[in-house]
Write a protein that binds this ligand. Structure first.
Ligand SMILES: C[S@@+](CC[C@H](N)C(=O)[O-])C[C@H]1O[C@@H](n2cnc3c(N)ncnc32)[C@H](O)[C@@H]1O
Length: 244
C-alpha cells in the first residue's frame, strides 16, 4: 500500500509542480507501531472491500457504496471502535474513516468485520491530502473530528489540525446544512476551534448558547474520552451547519 502511495508523489517538489497541495507541518507523527496478527489479517483479507487508496484520486460515493445514502466522514478515528459502533447503529448512512496509524486501520477493519458492518470504508492516509485529492465538493452530510491530537505546548499549536484554512476546506466538502462535529477534552483547543468556526462566515452554530452543544446520543464515548473523564477532564462538543 505504502509503496503505491510513494510512487504517486516522488518528491514534494514534483507534487507541487503538478499543482498538488502539500502540507509541510503535519498534525501527526507517524508511529510505525507493530500490527497485531489480528490487525494484519483484517487488512490482508478485507482491504479489497473496505480499503480506499489516496492514489486512486477523486471518489464517487454513490458508486463506491452502490447507493445514494448520505455520507459521513470521520477524521482520525484512532482504533475505530466508536466509528464502527456508529456505522453499525446507522445502516442508512455511509461512513468513510481516515486514519494515518496503520494498526488503528487494521483494528477498525477487524471490528467492522466482527460487527458485520458493510457501510464503512477506510483510508490509511493523511486526512488533509484525502480532503484535497479524493473528496468531491458538496458531498458530505457530516464531518466528524473527535479528540484530535491537542498538541498541548504553544510552540506545537501550528500542528493542530483545526485552523481557519481547515474549517474552510471542510465547509467546501459539506452539503448545504451538512454538519461539522468536533469534540475535544482540551479546553484551550475547544476555545480555538470555536474561534475559528465563529470567524468563518459560512457556518451556523447549532449551539443554543452560541458556543458548545451537549454530546449528542449519536456520538459514542471514545477511548480518549473515557480516559479523559477518568482524569477529571471536561469535554466540549461543537456542531456547526454549512450555510446555503
Ligand atoms: C488523540 S487520537 C483520537 C482518536 C479517536 N478519535 C478517539 O477519540 O479515540 C487522534 C488520532 O488522529 C489521528 N490523526 C492525526 N492527524 C491526522 C491526519 N492528518 N489524518 C488522519 N489521521 C490523523 C492520529 O493518528 C490519532 O489516531
Amino acid at each position: 500500500m505504502t509503496d503505491k502511495i510513494e510512487k504517486t508523489h516522488k518528491t514534494i517538489e514534483q507534487a507541487e509542480q503538478e499543482g498538488k497541495y502539500i502540507r509541510k507541518v503535519r498534525s501527526f507523527v507517524k508511529r510505525e507501531g507493530r500490527l497485531t496478527k489480528n490487525q494484519e489479517r483484517a487488512i490482508d483479507n478485507h482491504w479489497a472491500e473496505m480499503g480506499l487508496m489516496h492514489s486512486d484520486g477523486l471518489i464517487n460515493p454513490a458508486a463506491l457504496f452502490a447507493n445514494n445514502n448520505p455520507v459521513v466522514l470521520e477524521i482520525g478515528f484512532g482504533m475505530g471502535k466508536s466509528l464502527v459502533e456508529m456505522a453499525k447503529a446507522a445502516p442508512e448512512l455511509n461512513f468513510i474513516g481516515v486514519e494515518v496509524h496503520k494498526p488503528g486501520v487494521g483494528a477498525c477493519i477487524a471490528s467492522a468485520v466482527e460487527a458485520e458492518v458493510t457501510n464503512l470504508k477506510v483510508y490509511e492516509h493523511d486526512a488533509i491530502e484525502v480532503l484535497a485529492d479524493c473528496i468531491p465538493d458538496g458531498v458530505l452530510t457530516t464531518v466528524q473530528l473527535f479528540f484530535p491530537d491537542p498538541w498541548h505546548k504553544k510552540k506545537h499549536h501550528k500542528r493542530r489540525i483545526v485552523s481557519a484554512e481547515f474549517v474552510e476546506t471542510i465547509r467546501q466538502k459539506l452539503k448545504v446544512d451538512g454538519v461539522f462535529h468536533m469534540a475535544t477534552d482540551w479546553e484551550n483547543y475547544a476555545e480555538c476551534m470555536l474561534e475559528d468556526m465563529q470567524k468563518s462566515p459560512g457556518y451556523n452554530n447549532l449551539s443554543t448558547t452560541n458556543d458548545y452543544v451537549p454530546r449528542p446520543d449519536s456520538r459514542p464515548l471514545t477511548k480518549f474520552e473515557n480516559r479523559g473523564q477518568n482524569l477529571g477532564h471536561g469535554v466540549w462538543d461543537l456542531q456547526f451547519a454549512k450555510k446555503a
